[in-house]
Each structure stands twice: as C-alpha cells, then as structure tokens.
Design a protein around this ligand. Structure first.
Ligand SMILES: Nc1ncnc2c1ncn2[C@@H]1O[C@H](COP(=O)(O)OP(=O)(O)OP(=O)(O)O)[C@@H](O)[C@H]1O
Ligand SMILES: [Mg+2]
Length: 256
C-alpha cells in the first residue's frame, strides 16, 4: 500500500564504500511530490554515488530506500525504472545515428500493418515524439529527423527525458549536472525545461555546481561534503552565501 502521507522518496542511512574509500557515509535524503531538490558539493563529495544508488547503478552497503512510505529494493536500473525513477545524463545513451523519434521509441517501436506485413510506423512515431517533446518536455525540435549526433547537448537531454516520460510512469527524474558544458541559451532552455517538468508535478533531483542555477530551479538544496550531508536549506530562505559556506567547510558555514 502506498501512503500518501509519506514523502515521495526517502533514502536513509545510505553508506557506500569503494574498497577503503567511503564515498557516501550515512546520508538521508527526502523528496516530496513535485519538488526540485538540488544536490551540491565539491568534487568527490559523493553526489553522483548517492544518486547512482537511487537509480540502481550501485548497490548501497547500508541504508534503506522507501517510495511513498514503502521500503523498496533497487538492485539495478530496471528496478529503479519500474519504480518510476530515471536518470538522464547529457553524455547519455542515445543512439547517435537515429533521429529523435527513433530514440524516443527505441525498443518500443510502433508498428503498422500493410497487406499483412508489419512495418515500422515512422509517421506515428515522429508525430508522437513531436507531441511528447512539445507537451511534456516543452521543446520544439526543428531538426527532428536529423540523427541525434547532430543535436546539441540540451536537445539530446530533452530527447532522453521524452523517452523516459513516454515509456514509464515517471515519478522522480534525476539529472546529474544537466547544464555542464552547455552554452548560455541551452542552459536557459534546460532550466526552463526543469521548471516545466516541476509544473507538471514531476519531482526532480538535480546535481549542480552552479548555485545561480540551483537557486533558479530548486525548492531545497542539500549540501554534501566528504560523503555526508552538511546541511539542507530552502532556497526561499537561504542565500547563496549560506550554501557556499556549507560547501566549503563547517567552520565557513558557522562564520557565514
Ligand atoms: N566506481 C567507483 N570506484 C571507485 N571509487 C569511486 C567510484 N565512483 C566514485 N568513486 C569515488 O567516490 C568518491 C565520490 O565520488 P562521486 O563521483 O560520488 O563524487 P561527486 O560528488 O559526484 O563529484 P563531482 O562533483 O566531481 O562529480 C570520490 O572519491 C570518487 O573517486
Ligand atoms: Mg558527480
């Protein structure tokens, strides 16, 4: 039974070692429905490791994950997907040679029957891909039939999100540094895309090194340092300086 009174997602006491190194040293994370939670922190703080545990890339050594109050086991990416948790990366698995529609429908192709023969229904896939990109992801691609290798980083990301939305009851979208290496316009588009998804009720976890972006999109920001959470702040109440203090050091946070 799902419990509507609990948070959408709770991770508690998460620990992950890589050999002698403790990448995540006992972290709790809560995500509400429709919330954008940012995770910030220095290189090596454990941000990507934490969300890779959520998306089934790594198994945690300790800790528990609950979706809508129910403990869940996420042993691989398929388990995560079945729970409605999906990660989208810029450097992600699109098939370069296929166009946007081909990627949105990869492995889920639509077919039509012509004189008893099954044929790919390219027209319907293109129309559906266009629709989901426009209605759910908020972008119109003028190069829909180009191989996706010719698309920009932001456009590729949008195609991957469209794929995730189309095929699953997506509840939690995870983005690891979605604006890294994007130009100014693409960055604006990606931030607008994140806000649009939130408006549709999606919950998102967004890792970023850019506090301007974090404050532009997130409801709350969780700071990680040396594998631990060094603080969680509401972006409506805290300043960038407060958050920077938590990133840099506990002493810095106290002084800020
Ligand atoms: N697959 C792995 N094998 C061994 N060590 C790893 C592995 N993945 C991450 N680590 C180590 O775990 C620690 C946390 O790494 P992680 O990638 O989670 O940091 P991060 O906060 O995402 O950093 P960045 O901001 O640079 O992306 C680092 O010391 C890293 O070297
Ligand atoms: Mg990382």
């Amino acid at each position: 039974m799902t419990d509507m009174h609990s948070s959408l997602l709770e991770m508690s006491g998460i620990v992950k070692h890589f050999g002698g190194l403790t990448a995540v040293a006992g972290v709790d994370l809560e995500l509400e429905r429709g919330e954008v939670l940012a995770i910030v922190g220095d290189n090596g703080a454990g941000k990507s490791t934490l969300i890779k545990i959520l998306t089934g890339v790594f198994a945690p050594d300790e800790g528990e994950i609950r979706m809508e109050g129910v403990p869940v086991r996420i042993g691989n990416r398929r388990d995560a997907r079945a729970l409605g948790i999906e990660a989208v990366y810029q450097s992600l698995a699109l098939v370069d040679a296929l166009d946007a529609a081909g990627n949105v429908f990869l492995g889920h192709e639509l077919w039509r029957s012509f004189m008893g023969i099954s044929l790919l229904d390219n027209a319907r896939m293109a129309a559906e891909a266009t629709r989901v990109l426009k209605e759910n992801v908020g972008i119109e691609l003028d190069n829909l039939s180009e191989p996706t290798i010719h698309l920009s980083g932001g456009q590729r990301q949008a195609v991957a999100i469209a794929r995730a939305i189309y095929h699953a009851d997506l509840k939690v979208l995870v983005m690891d540094e979605p604006t890294a290496s994007l130009g100014p316009e693409e960055t604006r588009n990606t931030l607008a895309l994140i806000r649009g998804l939130k408006e549709q009720g999606m919950a998102l976890i967004v890792i970023s090194h850019n506090l301007d972006h974090v404050f532009a999109i997130a409801d709350r920001v969780m700071v990680m340092r040396n594998g631990r959470c060094s603080g969680i702040r509401s972006t409506a109440e805290a300043t960038k300086r407060d958050v920077l203090g938590l990133i840099v050091s506990e002493e810095g946070a106290a002084a800020a």
